[in-house]
Ligand binder design. Structure first.
Ligand code: FPP
Length: 256
């Protein structure tokens, strides 16, 4: 566990009472696959992009909810390496959403001491998206509160391939011996290096798969699925996921 996370948890009593959340087992790291924006829009006869815009509001609500109960890292799957296959207009819109989100919310996130990070292949992003997100990363880098980790142009397999390539090169260069390659070596070369693995992964919209998200990191993550579409996902759904997580017995391959 990271030094900075130790002993930092201090939920307000109000949330513990209201939602029945136990303060001592709040997950440090929650990851979310925000799915169902397109179906949400279709149900209303709206274009898919209307679903993504509505989904952006849920991002705000869930970020605040996570911060309120003392979650330390929230990783959101905003755009996968496979999402480029979508129609150009939708991709364009998704690439502009971080700008819209940050223009609306960055001041409040700053006030809440939120640190923004980005994981994924940023070299593949349009210049305007890259600039906006990295300006926000820079502006919030001294913040010590919730880490809002946005996965943009992220793919779990690509992340592992990159890590393996770097490690192989280190072996070739004589900086590392083959016997010394361990799980820790791999972790150090992932984009999440320095962060604890997700304790809980939530996926909305009834799909029950990982879709190339945090493949290495989710080896022992508790998975939680709901039929609720992401734009309909509210604070109380998030707290239900947390309460369910708190009922699970985590054994990490061992015994209770
Ligand atoms: C999946 O729903 C959702 C996405 C590919 C995009 C998610 C992005 C957001 C919620 C906005 C994020 C914004 C920021 C700033 C982090 P889908 O389109 O696959 O839905 P469908 O399966 O119903 O078609």
């Amino acid at each position: 566990m990271l030094e900075r996370f130790k002993g930092l948890f201090s939920p307000t009593k109000e949330h513990v009472d209201e939602y029945g959340i136990q303060p001592d087992t709040v997950p440090y790291h929650v990851a979310i696959i925000m799915d169902g924006n397109g179906r949400w829009a279709k149900k209303r006869g709206l274009p898919r992009i209307a679903g993504h815009r509505a989904g952006m509001k849920t991002v705000k609500e869930v970020t605040i909810a996570a911060d309120d109960i003392g979650v330390k890292v929230l990783t959101l799957y905003a755009f996968s390496t496979e999402n480029w296959k979508r129609p150009l207009q939708e991709v364009d819109f998704l690439m502009r959403l971080p700008e819209e989100f940050l223009a609306l919310e960055l001041d409040e996130l700053m006030e809440k001491n939120v640190q923004i990070r980005v994981i994924g292949d940023s070299s593949g992003l349009p210049a305007h998206t890259r600039k906006t997100v990295f300006d926000a990363v820079e502006k919030t880098k001294q913040n010590t509160g919730l880490i809002l980790n946005i996965a943009l142009n992220y793919g779990g397999r690509a992340e592992i391939i990159d890590a393996v390539r770097t490690i192989v090169q280190e072996v070739i260069d004589g900086k590392l011996s083959v016997e010394d390659v361990s799980a820790h070596t791999i972790e150090q070369h992932l984009l999440t290096s320095g962060l604890p693995d997700p304790d809980l992964l939530i996926r909305t919209s009834g799909e029950i798969r990982l879709s190339n998200f945090l493949l290495w990191q989710s080896a022992y993550t508790e998975l939680w699925f709901t039929d609720v579409l992401w734009p309909d996902f509210r604070r109380h759904h998030f707290f239900t996921a947390i309460r369910d997580y708190q009922k699970r017995g985590r054994r990490f391959g061992g015994l209770n």
